[in-house]
Design a protein around this ligand. Structure first.
Ligand SMILES: NC(=O)c1ccc[n+]([C@@H]2O[C@H](COP(=O)([O-])OP(=O)(O)OC[C@H]3O[C@@H](n4cnc5c(N)ncnc54)[C@H](OP(=O)(O)O)[C@@H]3O)[C@@H](O)[C@H]2O)c1
Length: 273
């Protein structure tokens, strides 16, 4: 990112200078949100754009939905582009990041959000291909995308890496061993990155929602389970994608200069840790 010229602000009150600098800094940031054609990713793309970032809306299959997110952002005066890439495919991800670099420069903020498929079943019925496959997909995606965005962040000495985990990484629920185990690996991966990348000015954090409405999985869970989840939530409802996006946006912001290696629980108090 080029240095910010504040000389024209010499006569502006100090508080306003801080706000103007923050806004213009956000405006020059480029955020890549993986899996942003729906759910939490789409809400995050919209919010980061609203906060002034230029946003890459990555998707796998849902081109129309991704283009709709881009259209919404542009209609609101923001900057966005949709790019199809399978986050598990190193060549496709490298091509995506190169395309972003050619148009906007390097990625400053990565939101690793894409949700690869997983089996929901008890261990007794599970094959190694199901458990091992999800572990491989989850970690390969995190590894590949992080590798692709890191050189530009390292070069400029500033970056924000944010990964989506799930409360299931700590709190087992029947049937969710594949997702919970792979997210637990992702959380520890993020901590190791936070340690190694801190000296380069790169923060690494995890956002860990409980059940979120208006997402892929919420459409397949039955109403009885939904009511039980609400009853177990002190704040009296399920999270909405926007609740999660707010926390991601904080981690992505200029204001988050000194929090790294942490996990934010966004579950309305359903699990307290
Ligand atoms: N929903 C919840 O209750 C909940 C709870 C805790 C944590 N989370 C976490 O939050 C994140 C987002 O979940 P969500 O429920 O919002 O997801 P979602 O609504 O199911 O959407 C999944 C997104 O991931 C994309 N995607 C899937 N495979 C991909 C791949 N290989 N490459 C690129 N993009 C891919 C999809 O794109 P296409 O549609 O284009 O294929 C879609 O945009 C996930 O990491 C999830 O584990 C969700």
């Amino acid at each position: 990112m080029p240095p910010i010229d504040t000389s024209s602000l010499a006569n502006v009150p100090r508080g306003l200078i801080v706000s103007a600098v923050t806004d213009s800094a956000a405006a020059s940031r480029v955020a890549l949100v993986t899996g942003a054609s729906s759910g939490i990713g789409a809400a995050t793309a919209r919010l980061l754009a609203e906060r002034g970032m230029r946003v890459v809306v990555n998707y796998l299959r849902s081109s129309e939905a991704a283009e709709a997110v881009v259209a919404d952002i542009r209609a609101a005066g923001g900057h966005a582009m949709a790019i199809q890439a399978d986050v598990r495919d190193a060549a496709a991800v490298a091509a995506m990041v190169e395309r972003v670099a050619a148009v906007w420069g390097g990625v400053d903020v990565l939101v690793g959000n894409a949700l690869t498929p997983y089996a929901i079943k008890p261990f007794d019925d599970m094959t190694w291909e199901e458990l091992g496959g999800k572990l491989d997909d989850e970690m390969r995606a995190a590894f590949v995308v992080t590798k692709a965005v890191l050189p530009a962040m390292t070069e400029q000495g500033w970056g924000r890496l944010i990964y989506l985990s799930a409360v299931l990484s700590r709190q087992p629920r029947p049937g969710f061993i594949t997702l919970g185990t792979s997210k637990a690996a992702l959380v520890q991966f993020a901590r190791f990155l936070a340690q190694e990348l801190g000296p380069r000015g790169i923060t690494v954090n995890v956002v860990e929602p409980g059940p979120v409405s208006d997402t892929g999985i919420s459409h397949v869970l039955n109403e009885e389970l939904r009511q039980r989840q609400i009853a177990a939530t002190p704040l009296g409802r399920l999270a909405r994608p926007g609740d999660v996006a707010e926390v991601i946006a904080f981690y992505a912001s200029e204001g988050n200069a000194f929090i790294t290696g942490t996990t934010a629980a966004v579950n309305g108090g359903m699990s307290m840790y």
